[in-house]
Structures are given as C-alpha cells and as structure tokens.
Write a protein that binds this ligand. Structure first.
Ligand SMILES: Nc1ncnc2c1ncn2[C@@H]1O[C@H](COP(=O)(O)OP(=O)(O)OP(=O)(O)O)[C@@H](O)[C@H]1O
Ligand SMILES: [Mg+2]
Length: 229
C-alpha cells in the first residue's frame, strides 16, 4: 500500500506476521494474517476475515470503555491486515514478570503485586463491558514506559467476542490461569491477587462473581479430563 513505507518483519506468530513501518509519519505495526495451507481455502478465508473483524471490534470496544489498546489506523479486509499504532517503549508483561522473578527470586511477588492488581482491575473492567479476550496470556499484555507506572495495554483480540455469558468469562479467566502458571511457574499467589482485584473492579451488577464460580467449574472439568486421560 502506498501509505506504508519500508515495512520490515517484526514478529512472526502462529497465524499472523507483524511488520513495523510508518503510517503518515507515525510508528505503525501491520498485523497481516497469512494463508494457512493446511486449512480448506474457504474455511481459511472465512476464519481469517472473522479474526480481523473480531480484533478490530474488541479493540474499539475496549477503547470506548477506557481500556488501553493500540489505536487502529486502517483495516485492509482484502489482505486481512490491520494497521495500528506501535506501542513504543513497551515490554510484554510476560518478559517483565520473568525478568523480575529471575532478579528477585522469592521476593519477586512483593514487587509484582501492584502489577497483578492492575491486571485484575483491567480484566474486571473488560468483562464488565462484556468483552471476552479469547487469548489472555501475559504475552498479549504490554507495559508501556516505566513498568512501575503500570501502563497496561491489551493486544491480540483475534479470538475475542463481545457477547459474554458468565461461562465465557470463566473460560477467559481459565485460559489466563493456564497460560499464567505455565509461563510463570510458582506464581499461584500472584494469580490469586489478579482474581481478588478482578472481583473488586467489576461493578456490583456484573456477572463477575458468577464468572469466578464458572472458573471453578471449568477448573474441575479440566482436572477430571486430566484424570481420565
Ligand atoms: N501494537 C503493538 N505495538 C508494539 N508491539 C506489538 C504490537 N502488537 C503486537 N506487538 C508485539 O508483537 C507480539 C505478537 O503480536 P500479537 O500478539 O498481536 O500476534 P500473535 O500472537 O502472533 O497473533 P495471533 O495469536 O493472532 O496469531 C506481541 O506479543 C508484542 O510483543
Ligand atoms: Mg499474541
């Protein structure tokens, strides 16, 4: 596209390639979903376009709810590409937690507690607005600027949905729990802090406590499946 100058590959994910470029003078990331050859072409086209639409819809909905996400500059449905603001001076929450845990060992939780509280608070607000992320991992959360400022930005909404039952919210939390504990072993206490802050953040009329009850149900189903397997 004429507006994009000197795109360079920045990240390669399972379904998308990310390029870094300029968009009318602003630092821009292009997230382009590529063709998956092992999928039936009709299914592949439909899934890719659905994921682009879901990503854009949830990104905008979050922004309307005051939840930081990258500004979307342009959507090219022909090439399944999203042009968005590059979040500058940012690290993923995953790499930040790992760095602090490596440096501080047993004392890391004290330093990471405010971050866990901020994550729980943001996710409580997101669910309060009936947004399901669909792929909650610490790689899909960025910390911009000085990490102690706790400027969290949520990304990667390709698997999101915007009509949420308590069950959907519970599953969203379960996905995060699995990802969190596998990326950050021995972090059960931090995850508990996320959940406490999550329930404190949600409004009284929300389905947050139902979501936490569903999380427990989904955990039990997961345990039974592991025992049968
Ligand atoms: N707007 C952005 N600004 C800065 N860095 C970004 C931005 N978007 C993505 N990144 C970086 O690129 C990585 C991959 O991006 P993203 O999570 O959107 O893709 P993915 O996981 O490959 O996608 P998918 O799961 O949809 O295949 C992120 O973990 C983050 O480090
Ligand atoms: Mg991702």
């Amino acid at each position: 596209m004429a507006v994009v100058k000197h795109a360079e590959v920045f990240q390669q994910g399972a379904e998308a390639r990310l390029y870094r470029c300029g968009f009318y003078g602003r630092p821009c990331i292009v997230k382009k979903r590529f063709v998956k050859k092992y999928r039936h072409p009709t299914l592949d086209t439909s899934l890719s376009s659905q994921r682009v639409k879901s990503e854009v819809r949830a990104n905008l909905r979050c922004r309307m709810a005051g939840i930081p996400t990258p500004t979307i500059y342009l959507v090219d449905t022909g090439s399944n590409s999203i042009y968005m603001e590059e979040i500058l001076d940012a690290v993923t929450v995953r790499s930040y937690i790992s760095k602090v845990q490596d440096a501080d060992g047993n004392c890391a939780d004290v330093r990471l507690n405010p971050l866990a509280e901020a994550i729980g608070c943001l996710l409580g607000r997101m669910h309060d607005n009936n947004i399901i992320h669909g792929d909650l991992t610490t790689s899909n959360m960025l910390l911009q600027g000085d990490p102690s400022d706790l400027n969290l930005v949520l990304i990667d909404f390709g698997l999101s949905s915007c009509e949420a039952s308590a069950e959907d919210k519970g599953v969203d939390l379960y996905v995060l729990e699995r990802a969190f504990l596998s990326s950050h072993p021995h972090s059960q206490e931090l995850f508990k802090t996320i959940l406490t802050s999550y329930s404190a953040a949600a409004s009284s009329g929300s389905k947050c406590s139902e979501a936490l009850a569903k999380l427990e149900e989904v955990r039990q189903r997961g345990r039974k499946r592991t025992m049968v397997g």
